[in-house]
Design a protein around this ligand. Structure first.
Ligand code: MN
Length: 378
């Protein structure tokens, strides 16, 4: 009976999606966004035909796709003769510091106002600002308004859901697993594949590899492998890059993982859900640095049957939440509705101004609303 009921429900949903939403989305919204760039590719190409002052900015606490796509694009634009500056609204994880060009990034810091002053100057005198791997200006915190007000032409290249309308040029594709591959496709569309050298290919491959979870997530398709093949043939070394990203843990980070898995991981089989929380004191105890908590949330999903995994940790100023899910269960919807966040269907982020305990309580209180979806999820 369960099985039959579930099928009827799913069929009904699929019918509505197939007959109304999907055609609308595919015929009107999606091509609109995609064609914006295609239509303007010639003018973007003309714009890049003469040396320009270019700023590239990516999201707060950049991951490998954010930093890799930014440094890959920067490397390419420098070879085209442009003056390029990469800005990040916060520091980036140590395990990304090896990326070619990372040492040139202007990274905002809590310790000094100087990078923010420099970043503001960069944006104010830029001819072009590329916004990579984020879909709304809120994701770059205090720099959002600086970018919005800057007179430069703005280019948004991204794959997150529901982009904000602030850029003149948009290359946006939620079906793309990574922003890095959109950069590869852009360079190809501009006829410049020959300019992708080993450092550029390496940065872009790192973004593609991590945003597909090492080519394992369900966003991995033939298209991703095609780009991976292209980047590999242009000099990216898959095993070397995988080692630099995944196998350069500090002992502290590994101990933190062990602690979380043995002491902090809670499974709720009736909701097919796993969650973990980390207090400020625990973050201090393990000397947690930027990026150290990355990937922890995925362990929850590695448990057989679990469809939803959540990690909450107390950053002091707010509670950060990572959401991961499998299949049709949208953590983007959950994060948007309750935790001021969003991202992708199966990977989203959120935050809360309440205490860690209250945030967890809130999550446990809303969980029953999603019970049926989680039980029937596949
Ligand atoms: Mn990304």
């Amino acid at each position: 009976m369960e099985f039959g009921r579930k099928n009827i429900k799913r069929n009904q949903i699929q019918e509505v999606w197939q007959s109304y939403c999907r055609p609308f989305f595919l015929s009107i919204i999606y091509p609109h966004f995609c064609s914006l760039l295609m239509k303007n590719l010639a003018s973007l190409s003309t714009l890049l035909g003469a040396p320009k002052k270019v700023a590239i900015v990516t999201h707060f606490k950049p991951d490998a796709d954010a930093l890799g796509s930014s440094l890959g694009l920067a490397g390419y634009l420098k070879k085209k003769g442009h003056e390029v500056n990469v800005v990040t609204p916060s520091d980036y994880p140590d395990f990304l510091a090896w990326m070619p060009g990372a040492e040139t990034v202007t990274a905002l810091s809590k310790k000094s106002k100087e990078p923010e002053i420099r970043a503001t100057e960069i944006f104010n005198r830029a001819d072009l600002i590329f916004c990579l791997d984020f879909s709304s200006l809120g994701r770059i915190h205090e720099l959002g308004e600086v970018v919005r007000k800057a007179s430069a032409t703005k280019v948004l290249i991204d794959h997150h859901l529901e982009p904000e309308d602030f850029a003149e040029y948009v290359k946006w594709d939620v079906k793309s697993a990574s922003t890095a591959q959109l950069i590869v496709e852009l360079i190809n569309e501009l006829g410049d594949q020959a300019l992708i050298d080993e450092p550029i290919a390496t940065c872009l491959y790192a973004g593609l590899m991590t945003d597909t979870g090492g080519f394992r997530h369900n966003n991995t398709t033939a298209r991703e492998f095609k780009v991976a093949e292209e980047l590999t043939s242009l000099g990216a070394n898959p095993s070397h890059i995988a080692r630099l990203i995944y196998d350069t843990n500090s002992l502290g980070r590994l101990r933190l993982t062990g602690y979380v898995l043995s002491q902090k991981l809670v499974v709720l089989p009736e909701y097919r859900t796993a969650y973990m929380t980390l207090s400020q004191e625990e973050l201090r105890q393990f000397d947690v640095q930027t990026g150290d908590t990355e990937g922890l949330v995925n362990y929850g999903l590695s448990i057989k049957g679990v469809q939803l995994s959540i990690l909450m940790y107390d950053r002091g100023e707010e509670i950060k939440i990572s959401f991961r899910s499998l299949g049709d269960f949208s953590v983007n919807d959950l994060a948007r509705k309750y935790f001021e966040g969003g991202g992708h269907k199966n990977a989203s982020g959120g935050s809360s101004k309440q205490s860690l305990q209250d945030t967890l309580k809130r999550f446990l209180d809303i969980l029953p609303e999603f019970k049926e979806k989680l039980i029937n999820n596949s």
